[in-house]
Design a protein around this ligand. Structure first.
Ligand SMILES: *Cc1c(COP(=O)(O)O)cnc(C)c1O
Length: 399
């Protein structure tokens, strides 16, 4: 079965001529029209498109409120602020994520506490989360890794038992459900990102959804320097021009141009997810036949939004390491990636005093994972190319 054809890394023909990225937006004529229409309207920054986008997205996920931000990281920072996370607080999160997750805790001068992941789902291990709770714990910040929601039934119970807030990083999980509930309606505060590789895009952009009015009001004010014009909140009132800056906020606003793109993209979200699901299914079926590859398990009762397709190499069945396989796939013109380098491996976190070894499951996973291309605009031929390249490379290095 070995050596279907010579690997590109050894000078053979690559499986495809052009490079296939791991993720990519899908922008079409209707999106372009929507943005151009707004560009020539009266509002470029916060205008009617922001309100409409917030309303429509909140409605889609089944939340009362949505507050749009300049990017997902800003949105997550705002969510930490709204939850009252501050100096001296601990927030339990996962290291199997993009640095922005833990950074948003640091922005509020609080301490990220890293929980290990469950070896089956690769999401936070809730047993471990329980063991990390102290008197300083203020919130739990789970990540719905790859688009698979954490076990929120259990997580909500933990939060309730210890009076903690759940701030959900759902940057991967727009459109996903957990036990029939849409992500965005479950946690106290939920963040989504609209970076081009995510389910829908606004260029840069993010949103926080919540059911609580007090959180909503804080998010709105945080987004605009901590300022308000709401007469019911003002300490003084000098006249119709008057506004007050009541705490230190930021300029974290999304533009109306971005919101117009978001509204147009949202119409296509369900079809985008359907296509992602189809591709994931094809991968799944093909890789069941390749013993050195383990595909991820979907947690019970979940419907994934399939942001990432991650395979895990069973290194004991291979003659080489992840780095060689990764490089060989790149040579075949397949845009592979690794999600993620454990956050606390980063020099900045090492400098803060986090030691390697604190989350053994995450560290092992990191040595064995490769992310494959997955985005709705992939053609069937693109999908076949990925499968062929995986077969070619894995069979070459299989023991
Ligand atoms: C994309 C992403 C973010 C940050 O979103 P931006 O919009 O790029 O700021 C945060 N957390 C996770 C897990 C992400 O994948």
């Amino acid at each position: 079965m070995k050596k279907l054809s010579k690997l590109a890394i050894h000078g053979g023909q690559p499986v495809r001529k052009t490079f296939l990225p791991y993720g990519k937006q899908w922008v079409s004529d209707d999106d372009v029209e929507a943005v151009v229409e707004t560009l020539t309207s009266d509002f470029l920054t916060t205008g009617p498109k922001i309100d409409q986008f917030e309303e429509e997205l909140a409605k889609y996920v089944g939340a009362k409120y949505g507050v749009a931000f300049a990017n997902g990281t800003a949105a997550l920072h705002a969510a930490c602020f709204a939850a009252g996370v501050g100096e001296g607080d601990e927030v339990i999160t996962t290291p199997m994520t993009f640095a922005a997750t833990a950074n948003s805790i640091l922005y509020q001068r609080a301490t990220p506490v890293f929980s290990d992941t469950n070896p089956d789902t690769w999401n936070m291990d809730l047993q471990k989360v329980r063991s990390l709770i102290t008197d300083q714990t203020k919130a739990i910040l789970p990540v719905d890794y790859m688009g698979n929601p954490c076990n929120y039934q259990e997580l909500l119970k933990i939060a309730q038992d210890h009076d903690l807030t759940i701030i959900e990083d759902a940057a991967h999980a727009l459109g996903a459900t957990d036990h029939g509930r849409k992500v965005g309606s479950i946690s106290d505060l939920t963040m989504f990102s609209f970076h081009p590789v995510k389910q829908i895009t606004t260029g840069e952009g993010g949103i926080v959804t919540t059911n609580r009015q007090d959180y909503y009001e804080k998010l709105i004010q945080f987004r605009t320097h901590g300022m308000t014009r709401d007469s019911s909140k003002l300490l003084e009132n000098h006249g119709p021009w008057y506004y007050e800056m009541q705490f230190l906020g930021f300029n974290y606003r999304m533009t109306d141009l971005q919101a117009a793109l978001g509204i147009s993209q949202l119409k296509k979200l369900d079809s985008f997810i359907q296509r992602r699901k189809q591709i994931a299914k094809k991968y799944h079926e093909a890789f069941q036949l390749l013993s050195p590859i383990q595909t991820s398990n979907l947690p019970n009762g979940c419907d994934s939004s399939w942001h990432l397709y991650v395979i895990r190499l069973k290194l004991e069945e291979l003659t080489t390491d992840r780095k060689t396989i990764f490089t060989a796939l790149q040579h075949e013109n397949i845009g592979v990636n690794v999600h993620y380098i454990p956050v606390y491996y980063q020099p900045y976190y090492q400098h803060l005093g986090y030691k390697k070894g604190i989350c053994p499951n995450v560290e092992q996973l990191y040595e064995e994972i490769i992310t494959l291309p997955l985005f709705p605009a992939m053609s069937n031929e693109d999908v076949e190319n990925v499968i062929t390249a995986i077969q070619k490379v894995i069979e070459h290095y299989a023991k």
